[in-house]
Design a protein around this ligand. Structure first.
Ligand SMILES: [Ca+2]
Length: 315
């Protein structure tokens, strides 16, 4: 059921930025003139497509201080610029606008830039048991919140939280903040919400154990979406598995069918995949990701995860 998806983030970035160079920039308007009274000759809308990356960087920074719907569109295109400085400036410019159009672009770019740090803890003695530490969030997960490019990370005990949304994101341990006795493991689960709406949160664990070439694996998690989750068509909660070598080069990405609507019951998401040989028969490792997009502000909607694990399938 797992679809093999090539990870071509770099190619996407290059292709998108190439397109941005050939598409004619919109003419200057009152919007930009009003925003730059001291430098009316500098047209940020045109400069964002300039071949020189320093000029594009200046334009992205200028656009980040301007207002208007066209500004958001220009910054969204700049998120796919071939220069990472321009991407970062565009992300900063989009960060506090709470424009839901920004989330897919922010997510696509930033998901490819998760920190290259593996979990250093492991309870693995036999691959017949789960490969990841703390699969049920049974201990040590913390309550945390953050903004894109603000205080981005939280987590603990093998799990890291990244807050990539347009608004403030939250992750709680339900055992301390809310009753969680009905979760599949019976105790402790992980609740994700978006305080300001338009939240995009990534909770992940990178596993250090080498996958066996040719072996089959099963990743799974129990998910419950609550409240008005799904009222916005972009809402989704999804298990993702990235397979990479130990130089962090992504080989394959496997995505479970996402949860799109609220349901009072937990549902299990599962992915089965075969660990294939890399180009040079390199050792491969896996990263489990719980990807959540919630448009509705908390407490109108939230998502809870429990028992996220990776096991080798006995053959
Ligand atoms: Ca649990």
């Amino acid at each position: 059921m797992s679809a093999r998806v090539s990870v071509l983030l770099a190619a996407v970035v290059v292709a998108a930025s190439t397109c941005s160079l050939v598409v004619a920039a919109p003419p200057v308007d009152e919007e930009s003139a009003a925003a730059d009274p001291g430098n009316a000759e500098f047209n940020a809308f045109e400069a964002i497509g300039h071949p020189d990356p320093d000029t594009r960087l200046m334009a992205a920074e200028r656009l980040g201080r301007m207002r208007g719907r066209r500004v958001v569109s220009a910054l969204l295109r700049a998120m796919y610029d071939g220069d990472q400085r321009v991407q970062a400036a565009a992300a900063r410019g989009l960060r506090h606008r709470r424009d839901k159009r920004a989330i897919p672009a922010l997510a696509e770019v930033l998901m490819g830039q998760l920190p290259q740090v593996a979990s250093t803890v492991s309870n693995v003695k036999d691959v017949d048991v789960t490969l990841n530490y703390n699969p049920g969030f049974e201990e040590g997960v913390s309550n945390d919140n953050g903004y894109l490019l603000g205080r981005q990370q939280g987590g603990g005990y093998g799990w890291t939280y990244q807050f990539l949304g347009a608004g403030k994101g939250n992750v709680w341990d339900e055992s301390t903040a809310y009753p969680s006795g009905d979760c599949p493991s019976g105790k402790h689960a992980l609740r994700v919400g978006a305080e300001h709406g338009h939240g995009y949160t990534v909770v992940y664990s990178t596993l250090w154990q080498q996958l066996d070439h040719g072996a089959k694996y099963r990743a799974s998690v129990h998910v419950r979406a609550a409240g008005k989750f799904g009222a916005d068509g972009a809402d989704r909660a999804q298990l993702v598995v990235q397979v990479m070598n130990k130089s962090w080069q992504l080989y394959t990405v496997h995505r479970a069918s996402p949860v799109l609507k609220a349901d009072p019951k937990y549902v299990e998401q599962a992915i089965e995949f075969e660990a294939q040989k890399g180009a040079n028969a390199e050792p491969l490792v896996a990263r489990l990701i719980l990807e959540t997009h919630i448009a509705e502000p908390y407490p109108d909607a939230w998502v809870t995860y429990d028992d996220c694990e990776l096991r080798k399938i006995r053959q």
